[in-house]
Design a protein around this ligand. Structure first.
Ligand code: KG4
Ligand code: ZN
Length: 341
């Protein structure tokens, strides 16, 4: 089975955390995807401050939407449907996008659809692989999630393994903070790791004992001990490389056992941590060894963006799904299962 796509023009919005993003999608094609990042705003606090995030979304929304329309040479009157991430995320931040989406729905008299943020990440590979076969396997790794998911049909999921504590992105972010590298940590660690020796510091492989979970809290504690023990002698590139290797090893080991058990038709890697070069390389090699097709979205569709929300919406709108003006926001929400789609 492959996905079917909505043929009209979708205006998609994402504001669940610290990026305001607006995209225009037709079918599986991303016409524009504009992201206004709040990274600089939150950097001084070392993490996302929800109140500040909501306010920044309000300020950024209209200029971001205008830039998206201008980039595609289109006007609001050309839009056939409106998609917005409405769960899970920071409620204040989500409310900005959902309120804007409802206002546009009323003004344009077009259908509205609310999208689960992870349904968005999981749909991002469709931008480069519209023929992706279903079912397939996906590793979702972001700042809030670490899950191995069986994608049974377009938009219908079953979780095979999830984290018991921190997400992979949090392991990067917390490690970076301990080393004084700033927020968000994943990219900082990746850059420092380029000149580092991944074998220099021995760190645990962040594995839970059972097959159905990941665990990164032991790794965080080990990093804290390492930073305290080495003090000013800590070699930052070597520590960054060692941390990155520990996270990649833990993720790859679990993926390997699922590839062996399930022999999927394809493997996708999605979420902010999918931007990590070492992880992309490792999973590409692993997939090649198992004769499995590997698909990873382009870098700008890994970290939070509205194009992925539009892609998930395209699949749902093609099936006739949509929501009403009572659409609500939810701080936490289960991934759509096959039964509920
Ligand atoms: O998907 P995302 O943008 O937001 C959430 O939904 O959480 O993911 C953000 C996470 C952060 O933890 C960030 O440090 C991590 O993705 N990240 C990376 C890289 N770029 C972003 N982690 C490792 N290597 C990267 N290049
Ligand atoms: Zn995300």
């Amino acid at each position: 089975m492959t996905a079917r796509f909505f043929e009209g023009l979708i205006l998609a919005m994402e504001s669940s955390c610290d990026e305001t993003s607006v995209a225009l999608i037709r079918g599986h094609e991303v016409l524009t995807n504009v992201v206004a990042s709040q990274i600089e705003l939150h950097q001084k606090w070392g993490g996302v401050v929800p109140e500040a995030a909501s306010r920044a979304h309000v300020q950024a929304f209209l200029p971001t939407m205008q830039e998206a329309l201008d980039g595609a040479g289109l006007a609001l009157g050309d839009v056939d449907a409106i998609a917005v991430s409405n769960r899970p995320g920071l409620v204040g931040a989500l409310s900005v996008g959902v309120t804007a989406a409802k206002a546009l729905t009323l003004a344009l008299d077009r259908p509205l659809i609310g999208i689960h943020h992870l349904d968005g990440h999981l749909s991002s590979p469709l931008s480069v692989a519209p023929d992706l076969p279903f079912p397939h396997l996906s590793l979702v790794v972001s700042g809030g999630h670490t899950e191995l998911v069986e994608v049974l049909e377009p938009g219908g999921y079953r979780i095979l393994a999830e984290t018991r504590d921190d997400a992979a992105g949090e392991a990067f972010d917390k490690g970076a903070r301990l080393m004084g590298l700033g927020y968000p940590g994943g990219r900082q660690i990746q850059e420092r790791a380029l000149s580092g020796d991944p074998k220099r510091y021995r760190l645990p492989r962040a594995m839970a004992k059972d097959d159905t979970s990941f665990s990164f809290s032991g790794l965080k504690t080990a990093m804290l001990r390492l930073v305290e023990a080495e003090g000013p002698h800590l070699d930052i590139p070597d520590a960054a490389a060692s941390l990155q290797e520990a996270i990649v090893d833990a993720l790859a080991k679990r993926v390997r056992s699922v590839l062996e058990a399930h022999a999927p038709q394809a493997l996708t890697l999605v979420g902010g941590v999918a931007a990590n070069h070492a992880l992309r390389r490792r999973l590409a090699d692993l997939s090649a060894q198992h004769g499995v097709r590997f698909v990873v979205p382009p870098f700008d569709l890994c970290t939070d963006n509205a194009a992925m929300i539009g892609l998930a919406a395209s699949v749902r709108l093609a099936r006739g799904e949509h929501d009403g003006l009572s659409l609500d926001v939810f701080p936490s929400a289960p991934l759509p299962t096959v039964e509920s789609t």
